[in-house]
Design a protein around this ligand. Structure first.
Ligand SMILES: NC(=O)c1ccc[n+]([C@@H]2O[C@H](COP(=O)([O-])OP(=O)(O)OC[C@H]3O[C@@H](n4cnc5c(N)ncnc54)[C@H](OP(=O)(O)O)[C@@H]3O)[C@@H](O)[C@H]2O)c1
Length: 236
């Protein structure tokens, strides 16, 4: 048994994206039973890492829609019989200045970063409480602490994820469920490499490095940590 994850059922939203897939893979390596939930179509089994051969893949779930979230988590509970942890990775980024931008972007960032985590958490909550030692880990962002140029809408939405984390942690303190957030800096993803070809990629945090912190937060050793916002920046 490594890190106390053996047999734990963990849902990873945004599970088909860069960080979500790396997280699901590491958790499966450490013995968790993993469910990947995503908005796009689920990848073919052959396209997934071998560790995820038995993972439950649920595609076509738009977590901005509270009803879709409820339906997905109901189906997950039925198929896997339990839910011990939720990792809210689903989210999106948009760079846009205030002057050239649109209020719609602020709504969209709030939907994709806050409401996805809110709706998944609400849908998972009864199952997590039932688990007896439930865990929620949200993916915020370092940018949620302070906005830079063009980062207003995204930063405000990730600040929302941080506040959701703190409020839910307080709400669940006496129910045995911990709620924490990781605040990544720039993650070394194919998208970021394409967007910033001149950058020093070696300074960026690897998805797997974030996944190991998530695994720690899901394990028994992290039982006393709740409401924490943890920067994971690599060497930025
Ligand atoms: N990349 C970075 O440098 C960085 C830095 C700090 C924080 N973060 C955060 O880390 C998380 C993962 O980032 P990433 O780079 O791995 O991004 P990614 O590859 O784009 O993965 C995000 C995933 O979330 C899914 N998603 C988006 N909206 C959804 C919805 N409404 N319902 C269900 N799933 C939805 C996407 O599915 P579709 O593709 O089907 O839409 C995608 O698979 C995000 O929350 C992001 O804000 C990233």
């Amino acid at each position: 048994m490594e890190n106390g994850l053996n047999g734990k059922v963990v849902a990873v939203t945004g599970g088909f994206g860069s960080l979500g897939l790396a997280t699901a893979q590491l958790l499966a390596e450490r013995g968790a039973r993993v469910a990947l939930i995503g908005r796009g179509a689920a990848p073919e089994a052959a396209a997934l890492p071998a560790e995820l051969a038995n993972a439950l893949c649920m595609g076509g779930v738009d977590l901005v829609d509270a009803k879709a979230a409820q339906t997905a988590f109901g189906a997950l509970q039925e198929k896997l019989g339990a839910l011990d942890a939720l990792v809210n990775v689903a989210g999106a980024f948009r760079w846009e200045t205030v002057g050239d931008g649109d209020a719609h972007t602020w709504d969209s960032m709030f939907d994709l970063n806050v409401k996805t985590a809110l709706n998944a958490s609400k849908a998972a909550l009864p199952h997590l409480v039932q688990s007896g030692a439930g865990r929620v880990v949200n993916i915020g962002a370092g940018a949620g602490l302070k906005a830079g140029l063009g980062m207003g809408a995204y930063s405000a939405s990730k600040a929302g994820v941080a506040r959701l984390t703190e409020a839910l942690a307080e709400e669940l303190k006496d129910k045995g469920v911990t709620v924490n957030a990781i605040l990544p800096g720039i993650i070394d993803t194919p998208q970021n490499r394409a967007d910033m070809p001149g950058a020093d990629f070696t300074r960026w945090v690897q998805p797997r490095e974030i996944a190991t912190v998530i695994a720690f937060l899901l394990g028994e050793d992290a039982q006393a940590i709740t409401g924490a916002l943890i920067p994971v920046n690599g060497r930025m």
